[in-house]
Design a protein around this ligand. Structure first.
Ligand SMILES: Nc1ncnc2c1ncn2[C@@H]1O[C@H](COP(=O)(O)OP(=O)(O)OP(=O)(O)O)[C@@H](O)[C@H]1O
Length: 589
């Protein structure tokens, strides 16, 4: 999926590429039995509907002139049965199609979601999440309709068209040919209008995607927007995107209407011509019943043609959507288990960076030839200026990104050669963003270890001093929190995330700004729990508040693409170097 912003259109798919449609066949094939049944039901329904005009023509031309009332009654009964069967089979077919359509949506979404879960941080770093959502929700919906109803309707409408033509020809060949004479004109109209129509609908999907992307971004940043009183400017941006969407929709609708009007006019002209020729030129050679029946077929004859032209449009759009869906499914999982990856055995916690170089974009190195050797159980603090690379260092230990050069090893095992599950399940990671999921507080703490008992959850919360505030909430551990934990303070969110990390009982702990939102009083309490927790575990702590990391075994000052200084608090203070200046500046501050 190409990187872009909310106000930049995604590249439009160029020519109609049937390869995507064939690939989508995998999803359709799984439901082939239901599809075939639907087709059979549809065909029965269509035949039943088409018998009507023939019955009417027999009634007018045979039963009425001969005063054959018995035949009239039988024709009426046959008519009633044919209508009832047509409705019944049509209804069963719709039911099947709804099921197939929904199952296709289910399958594609399932695959997409499973894949999205595996995509690396890099994928999410700078793509508008609203556009990803649009693909998973809107595009899949559109495609499913084309793949279920679209395919059936295509076969059915073609079948319908042939059937109507046959019934029509059975009535009168000459009049039928007049009706069919409109087809070449229609083909020419479609040939000229279709490309514009396709582009117009693709533009609608682009503008809709942009609108969603901005909406998603705005919802995420709603609080910042209000804090910076940006509501008016944002409303203006949204208004512009909204207007563009409406405009593109109107344009697409206009081109579609042109096709519709063309069909309408062509069919009216040929039917009028058929009446004129039938009544005035052929005269008595054509019976009135035949003329009524053939005009009924003539009106119906143009319906499948219109439907087929709409279906063509649906398929064209579906191919464009499919291209984007498959593009996402094909997005490489760059952070994945190597083919020969083995499980990382239970580790003691030694961490080594051997000549590690790392770049996010392949151009600018954030770390260069970095060497770091951490003993099992050692506590390491990473400090340094903003943007120096502290988070990057810890992200490499968990292999959220692959190193560009060198290797990161745990107890001598290269992190890129072991399975991600065995690697990350031995780590407790608390990122800057203490993400809270919708659910109870209990669920949130248990997130990383689903088999933990309630007692273990409570014990973890007590260790990090979260127990008291949780118990003060109306339902204690069973209190429901919203997605992102909007009911909780930043400090409370961090404490919950802390308990979550503790519960997973990791060998290696990574705390990235974990204590930044905790007040001094809570921090003191937390420090007690932390000290017990850190004991015997290798830990990496990133903190801007230096008072929290003074007791770490080793402090690394990260700067200039690597470790600029390393030592205990006392050693670094005595050195009077970078750390000393940072610390004294903070104390004075
Ligand atoms: N996903 C990313 N894609 C590209 N560049 C990135 C990405 N994440 C971080 N960077 C860049 O890498 C550098 C190091 O970022 P990092 O987050 O590791 O710094 P940090 O020392 O943890 O900063 P802070 O103290 O502000 O959290 C920064 O210059 C940042 O702009």
């Amino acid at each position: 999926m190409a990187r872009n912003r909310f106000d930049v259109d995604e590249t439009l798919e160029t020519p109609f590429n049937v390869k995507h449609l064939l690939r989508a066949g995998v999803y359709v094939k799984r439901h082939s039995k239901k599809m075939i049944l639907s087709l059979v039901y549809s065909a029965i329904s269509a035949v039943c509907a088409l018998v009507g005009p023939l019955l009417i023509s027999t009634a007018i031309d045979v039963a009425v002139p001969n005063k054959d009332y018995m035949l009239l009654v039988w024709l009426a009964v046959a008519m009633a049965i044919s209508i009832a069967l047509s409705i019944l089979f049509g209804w069963i077919r719709s039911k099947y199609m709804t099921i197939v359509g929904q199952e296709i949506i289910y399958d594609i979404r399932k695959d997409l979601f499973a894949h999205l879960q595996k995509l690396p941080f890099q994928f999410y770093d700078d793509r508008p999440h609203g556009k990803i959502l649009t693909r998973v929700i809107n595009y899949v919906n559109n495609v499913s309709d084309a793949l279920s109803n679209g395919i059936i309707n295509f076969i059915l409408e073609t079948f319908n068209l042939i059937l109507i033509a046959v019934f029509m020809l059975l009535c009168d060949v000459r009049l039928s040919l007049i009706v069919m004479a409109g087809i070449p004109v229609f083909v020419v109209v479609v040939f000229f209008l279709k490309p514009a129509q396709r582009r117009a609908w693709q533009d609608v999907s682009n503008k809709g995607s942009n609108l969603n992307a901005y909406l998603h971004e705005s919802l995420d940043g709603a609080k910042i927007t209000q804090a910076f009183v940006r509501e008016d400017e944002n409303a203006e941006i949204y208004d512009k995107l909204n207007r563009k969407y409406v405009k593109s929709w109107m344009k697409a609708q206009f081109t579609s209407n042109l096709v519709w009007y063309s069909v309408d006019n062509i069919s009216t002209i040929v039917i009028a011509a058929m009446y004129l020729i039938g009544l005035f030129m052929l005269g008595p050679a054509v019976k009135i019943g035949t003329l009524i029946a053939i005009s009924s077929y003539a009106w119906r004859f143009w319906q499948p043609i219109l439907q087929l032209s709409n279906l063509y449009n649906t398929f064209i759009n579906a191919v464009a959507y499919l291209e984007r869906i498959f593009e996402m499914i094909d997005e490489p999982v760059t952070i994945d288990d190597a083919p020969d990856a083995g499980a990382l055995p239970p580790i003691e916690g030694r961490v080594d960076f051997n000549d590690v170089t790392f770049s996010y974009d392949g151009e600018i190195n954030i770390l260069e030839h970095m060497d770091l050797h951490v003993r099992a159980g050692e506590s390491i603090a990473l400090v340094g200026p903003t943007g120096a690379g502290k988070t990057t260092v810890v992200n490499l230990i968990s292999r959220f990104y692959n190193v560009t050069g060198g290797a990161v090893t745990l107890d001598g095992h290269d992190v890129s050669r072991v399975t991600l599950h065995s690697l990350r399940s031995q780590m407790g990671i608390m990122l800057q963003d203490s993400f809270i999921f919708s659910g109870t507080i209990l669920d949130n703490i248990r997130y990383g270890r689903l088999d933990a008992t309630d007692e273990e959850v409570i014990a973890a919360a007590k260790t990090v001093r979260a127990h008291d505030f949780i118990m003060a909430m109306e339902k204690g551990y069973h209190t429901e929190v919203n997605e992102r934990g909007s009911r909780l303070s930043q400090g409370q969110k961090q404490l919950i995330a802390f308990a979550r990390t503790l519960l997973s009982n990791p060998r290696i702990l990574i705390l990235d700004e974990a204590t930044s939102s905790i007040d001094a009083q809570t921090e003191r309490l937390l420090q007690e729990g932390l000290n017990a927790l850190l004991k015997g575990r290798t830990s990496f702590i990133i903190a801007h508040r230096l008072s929290t990391i003074k007791n770490c075994d080793r402090i690394l000052y990260i700067s200039n693409k690597g470790i600029a200084e390393s030592g205990s608090h006392d050693e670094l203070m005595a050195k009077k170097g970078l750390y000393y200046h940072l610390y004294t500046a903070q104390i004075e501050g």
